[in-house]
Write a protein that binds this ligand. Structure first.
Ligand SMILES: Cc1cc2nc3c(=O)[nH]c(=O)nc-3n(C[C@H](O)[C@H](O)[C@H](O)COP(=O)(O)O)c2cc1C
Length: 176
């Protein structure tokens, strides 16, 4: 299984989280995981992979991170049908409580029409915010791993570790 992480990151937090996810999954799955900054690499390269992890941060009151913004129109022409996808996002639940992780939700919504299988939903318990476009169902889950290095930096490593283990389990279920 070919696996890659594609991320956009303005002040490096999404990048740092991606590096941790990469390291953990490489150990858990005993395979190499490629990692690309979409500032420099076209999103179309994601088509070369079977399992793709997308990382995004939210900026400016519920807006997309700038490199995602620049690549946004490319998403709809990606040929990702039948591929497995997981998402993670960086946000600030106290500073931007009305828009927490909105870009994560927008990315999920943009990928769904491509007929991908999304794994790695993450519980909303343990966060304090007012509204988020990244919630799914009855608000019990985010559409992907939600990280907040502004307010909950101490939890990031544990969350990444749990999420990576969850991804491995879900991948195993898909492939059996
Ligand atoms: C000007 C500014 C606007 C922001 N707007 C939001 C927002 O609307 N929602 C949110 O959840 N986080 C928001 N954030 C928090 C960022 O998502 C957070 O700092 C994140 O770690 C940045 O990740 P990056 O460096 O990988 O881009 C904002 C941060 C700044 C500085």
């Amino acid at each position: 299984m070919k696996i890659a992480i594609f991320y956009g990151s303005t002040t490096c937090y999404t990048e740092m989280a991606g590096e941790k996810i990469q390291q953990q999954l490489e150990v858990l799955l005993d395979t190499k995981i490629d990692m690309f900054n979409i500032e420099n690499v076209a999103l179309s390269r994601s088509q070369e992979y079977d399992f793709i992890i997308f990382g995004i941060s939210t900026w400016d009151f519920g807006e997309l991170q700038e490199d995602w913004e620049s690549s946004w129109d490319d998403i709809k022409s990606l040929q990702l049908s039948g591929k497995t996808v997981a998402l993670y996002g960086l946000g600030d639940q106290l500073g931007y409580a009305d828009w927490f992780q909105d870009a994560l939700g927008m990315l999920h919504d943009a990928l769904i029409p491509l007929q991908v299988d999304v794994i790695g939903f993450w519980p909303t318990a343990g966060y304090e915010y007012t509204a988020s476009k990244a919630e799914i169902g009855d608000g019990e889950f985010f559409v992907g791993l939600s990280l907040d290095d502004e307010n909950q930096y101490d939890e990031t490593d544990d969350r990444i570790e749990h999420w990576c283990n969850q991804l491995v389990e879900e991948l195993h279920q898909i492939n059996t």
